[in-house]
Design a protein around this ligand. Structure first.
Ligand SMILES: *Cc1c(COP(=O)(O)O)cnc(C)c1O
Length: 384
């Protein structure tokens, strides 16, 4: 007899020993970048609401109005009766913002990646993805039945060599990377990447989940380039998307299983995304503020710590590599005592021995707090 609870109990005990056990903590998001947890208020550097739009009055008002008018839920799949006209407005506005012909909105970014990858490639095709790709890119790739290989993080020469060697053995080839890497905060050389893909007759899928600028300074999208992103982070709302050619979007709407076999988003969520997109475009200073905070923070650490591995971060996401999971967790707890929420990111989210503190800067932060946080980190390491 194999007892389920006994087996799970052993697995949980092992994770606890390795300091990689996860538990959910009740958290309420308050004003000005704060969160409430266990009766305490902390200034959060762990939210992805980079543009501080989740609590924006105008976004909330748009969501409230749609909920009042159209109800709480959408009632069915988009293909049946769940395709509220607000979807058309959002998809049209988004395509225009991204310089694309069309776009398709999914229930979440996770569903978008699963849905676009499995719709475009299958058995007999090849996927080459950056080694640090998000879990949903890996899940979608494995689900697709295509041959799945990974190239060293941001190593375009390796990618080129792999394409040179393997491309000819497959029918279609999809290269996947992130425009801003979620745990490292660095970026690939997009122009070079696109050229390599073109040279080898491969399609390119770029995941913009953490990209806080592409919708404000986009160049027209090019052939064989598929853009994916989410409304759940910078836009402070919920839902994922894919943008590109009209043919791509028409096909996804008739063949992408994670768009077809799931209920449409609540109208209030779609209305919130419409408003957020409008505000993100109209107020580019929001993104600029987050980026400026990150730049200031990186400089402070670089100038005051003997060594600070921040993984080539050049965006609003700044990692500080600690190494051992237990130490990363300990520093995170220490910062919480001083009123700062900075999550420790541990395996399997990141590779073994690269446990880190991940700081995400947002338009909700002010400079004095960023300065205070940098000083705390510097003091922690210099006292050690
Ligand atoms: C968060 C994330 C996703 C998933 O987006 P959700 O809308 O949260 O489901 C996809 N890709 C990357 C790189 C992400 O960080």
């Amino acid at each position: 007899m194999t007892n389920l609870n006994e087996i799970l109990g052993q697995k949980i005990a092992r994770l606890r020993e390795e300091s990689t056990l996860r538990t959910l903590k009740d958290t309420e998001r308050l004003k000005k970048g704060h969160i409430a947890r266990a009766g305490e208020s902390l200034l959060s550097f762990s939210c992805n609401d980079y543009l501080d739009l989740a609590r924006d009055k105008r976004v909330i008002k748009a969501a409230n109005a749609a909920a009042t008018k159209y109800g709480a839920g959408s009632g069915a799949s988009r293909l049946i009766t769940g395709n509220h006209p607000l979807y058309t407005e959002l998809e049209t506005n988004l395509a225009r913002a991204l310089g694309a012909e069309a776009s398709a909105v999914y229930g979440s970014g996770y569903l978008a990646n699963i849905g676009v990858i499995t719709a475009l490639v299958g058995s007999g095709d090849l996927i080459l993805a950056d080694k640090l790709s998000h879990s949903c890119i890996i899940d979608g790739s494995q689900l697709s039945n295509a041959e799945f290989r990974r190239f060293e993080h941001n190593d375009l020469a390796k990618l080129d060599a792999m394409l040179e060697r393997h491309r000819r053995n497959y029918r279609n080839c999809l290269v996947i990377t992130e425009a801003v890497f979620s745990m490292d905060g660095d970026v690939p050389e997009m122009e070079k990447l696109y050229e390599i893909c073109r040279k080898h007759n491969a399609w390119l899928l770029t995941d913009h989940a953490h990209d806080i600028q592409h919708f404000s300074n986009s160049t027209p999208q090019r052939d064989n380039h598929i853009v994916m992103g989410t409304f759940s982070k910078a836009f402070g709302s919920y839902g994922g998307y894919v943008a590109g050619s009209q043919e791509l979007v028409d096909y996804l709407k008739t063949a992408s299983r994670s768009l077809m076999f799931t209920t449409g988003l609540p109208p209030a969520v779609v209305a919130a995304s419409i408003k957020s997109l409008e505000l993100a475009q109209a107020e580019p200073e929001r993104a600029q503020k987050a980026l400026t905070h990150a730049e200031f923070f990186r400089k402070a650490l670089k100038n005051n710590l003997k060594s600070a591995d921040m993984c080539n971060s050049s965006t609003q996401i700044v990692p500080l590599i600690i190494g051992r999971a237990a130490q990363a967790t300990e520093i995170s707890a220490h910062l919480a005592q001083d009123g700062f929420l900075v999550h420790a990111i541990r395996p399997p989210t990141v590779p073994a021995n690269t446990s880190r503190l991940r700081f995400s800067f947002s338009a909700a932060h002010d400079k004095t707090k960023v300065d205070e946080l940098a000083k705390l980190i510097i003091r922690y390491f210099n006292e050690d």
